[in-house]
Design a protein around this ligand. Sequence first.
Ligand code: SF4
Length: 581
Amino acid sequence: MKSTVKKLLQIEKPSRYAPFEINLPEKDFSEDGANILLSYPDSYEVGMSNLGLRILFDIANRIEDVFCDRIFAPFPDMESLYRGKNEDFVSVQAKRPLRDFDLIGFSFQYELLYTNFLNILDLADIPLRAGDRKEDDPIIIGGGPAMFNPCPVEPFLDLVFIGEAEESFKDINEIILKSKRESRDRDEIIKRLIEVPGVYSPALRKKDEKVKAVIVDDLNEISGIKNWVVSGQSIVHDRVVLELMRGCPNGCRFCQAGYIDRPLRVRSLENCKKTSEYLLDNTGYEEISLTSLSTGDYPHIRELCEHINEKYYKKRVSISLPSLRINSDTIELLDEVLKVRKSGLTFACEAGSQSTRDAINKKVFRDDLLDKIREVFKKGWKTVKLYFMTGLPFEDENELDEVISLIEDCAFLARKIGGRRARIIASFSTFIPKPFTPFQWSSMMDLPQIKERTKKLLGNIKNRTVSIKWHDAETSALEGYMARAGNEMADVIECAFKAGARFDGWTDHFDFKKWEQAFARSGVEKEKYIKRIDVNQKLPWDFIEIGVKKEFLIKELEKAENRESTKSCDTSKCRVCGACK
Ligand code: SF4
């Protein structure tokens, strides 16, 4: 204990590693029960803001004789203390060495978490490669959106889970508990676990064996989080979160979540009301976030907001609505129902020209957008954020000029109506082709092109009402190399990790040179991953079945080329993509 305190005094934000938390389950590590560890391989502040991790943590701890703990990625200062003193790397709550757990589940939200994942294994003295693990090593399983192409990290994982984990994770915990009581060996437990829907073993999967992604049919069937852990230190999303829907009806062709989360499922108003009350009453939070991929499309959004407002008016609970598609209804909702502080509103334009927006199936129209901008500044908002993605497939040849002209027009209206304090923030990210989207076969800009594009944007937008933000070119490029890679990428990841790559999603920690050297040493050519792929070519993730048919994605790609739009989902009668039963 003394050494832990001494150690924590030497590092930045020690509460990351010894957080004060309330609402923790009254359970502890037990030799007789199953001990499960969940990891979000990023900082504590980011990991504790992940709803998926909270849901699984709650599910596991509700099972009798199962104890679930957490671990996050240590920053370099903490890592060097562990390595320098040769001390055990321990879990957040029980402070147990990671090797003592029966199973460790890693949640991979995106590809830039892979070196942190290897670092956690290494600090815990667990062999990096699944094939090198022995009887006493914990079973390592990976899940999360990045596992829709698990190939780059398959060699490090004993098991992979594909899909939405609520139901399967309960089964996994119960199998671990039962197998432990029956003194089953590690291989036997792995064989039992691959019977759970969505779970497979990279080492045991037969060549043409398919893996079906798991989808929760009815959101009302999965109970809400019972113990919402409240952290004493601030985290990225410091509020309770209520998930209104899964899936998105809009079908933007670049968006992976829009395809892997199909079909659209809606939580009932009654369920949302009850869950919001439970969360607010049991945490003391004064803010609730109503989330989904497109919150404005939740059919009962107004009634739900009115209910929360009415019930918690005296407690001054505020409601935040991220991922809100701005239209007249949502402006009215924000203005009249929520009476939000008029600081900032976000419009996801994605592209500057109508032709490019048609190609990506983004139903945003210039005149309509300008009307909305006029409306929000008239109503008193001071800042509008415009999101753009550059390097999209089938981009209009004048795309850059169109983006600049759209921003200039918005800035003109902002200044004219909102006055000198009005601001437009234009935020740019780079298109990355992701598996299971119609653009999974498309090319991506290479690094010099991304840099050139950013330079042009910065050089050409001179309006003082506009601030520009852009995503780091090198992290985008790396994400692009990883997104569609096969097993060979594991060598590159391991090499980069051994060279010291950590926190690759953080620009202040990311070191692209380490990655360039890792590609060179592993003999893997990185540029091949961002080239266009022929639609007849076999893809590394073809063995995964998500419900949406490949033919549908090909058709969507053709429609993109012809600038044809696809209607939003109507789950009551449409059966076109394969996701609805
Ligand atoms: S079948 Fe139709 S409604 Fe269902 S997810 Fe696919 S496109 Fe959407």
